[in-house]
Design a binder for this molecule. Sequence first.
Ligand SMILES: Nc1ncnc2c1ncn2[C@@H]1O[C@H](COP(=O)(O)OP(=O)(O)O)[C@@H](O)[C@H]1O
Ligand SMILES: [Mg+2]
Length: 375
Amino acid sequence: MSQGAVEIKDLVKTYVDDRGRPTFTAVKKINLHIDNGEFMVLVGPSGCGKTTTLRMVAGLEKITSGTIAIGDRVVNDLEPKDRGIAMVFQNYALYPHMTIFNNMAFGLQLAKKKKDFISEIVGRTAKALGLDKMLDRKPQALSGGQRQRVALGRAIVRNPIVFLFDEPLSNLDAKMRVQMRSEISRLHAELGSTMIYVTHDQVEAMTMGDRICVMRDGLIMQVADPLTLYRQPQNLFVAGFIGSPPMNLLKGKVEQRPGGLFFCEKAENNALSFPLEGRLQPLASKYVGKEVVFGIRPEHISNEPKAGSSTPVTLNVDIAEPMGSESLVYLKAGSGNVIARIQGEHVFHMGEPVAVQLDLDKVSLFDPETEEVIS
Ligand SMILES: Nc1ncnc2c1ncn2[C@@H]1O[C@H](COP(=O)(O)OP(=O)(O)O)[C@@H](O)[C@H]1O
Ligand SMILES: [Mg+2]
């Protein structure tokens, strides 16, 4: 296996109390391969086990069972400092009484590197990060964004085989977050190192990851590149997690009608029905009379006819959020609203009927029992 690849096999973490009794299993036998030089994002809601997984890779948390290998070495029993990793935390974890220079140099000083070498590499890295004018300052004299850059610089100077990031941008304001996001992506392109990046933010995951590992409750729900996750979610969880606003997920049944197969929403009033034409027909045919979940993304509902679209369905506007070049239109359905992202500078009024068409190529059907996609 090449030097910077990370192989996680049957990894389990059960936390124990101070008497060694198990309290909580945070990671439930996960398997994940990360290629040398890959930018892998671990994403999922708070508490799903992302930090626990990353800390086991870093060597900061004991592994309950399974193995982690970096390159050719199983690192289970290696000290963090011997693993060739560097970690960047959410809270920066800078030493408040040390100058920025010393904060960045600290790891190298501990490793007994030569003074000249340290000055050179810290100076060069600080310059690249725009910190060269503030090397004499203490952390409290820096803005949040600058502190986060110091934390990044401290990791870079150690020249690790694998960078580990745990929500490094969540303490920054929105604008700074976007800027740092592209800086980290550029850093990855320049260094070509393996990076494992933890976030709960799906936009961050989608914009930064070569591949994304979606986690829930200590399990991996899907691992794929961003477009595959977006186009082919394997289960309801991923479908609802990736995309903003998320995919509309309607509960209902497949019915055989004179005109063919239809998806019929389960609702007392205003139940929607959509024809299951084209590629959906063979998928739905196994579910005639049975329950399915019909998934359609807001951007695949349109008020203009397009090749491959369904027969138009007229729905009434509940509310609309105009955003300039597009509007998010909440359309009344039987069991709530269906959100459509409609392109163009339209004005929509409450109660107004809109004839919409669904891009049937983009619909996903799910089995409500297994929660898996029907394929
Ligand atoms: N020391 C601990 N003892 C018991 N449970 C813990 C401990 N640390 C974390 N947990 C639990 O493990 C789960 C996963 O935590 P964590 O890996 O921090 O999640 P994430 O980073 O995805 O938000 C959470 O439910 C958390 O409460
Ligand atoms: Mg965490």
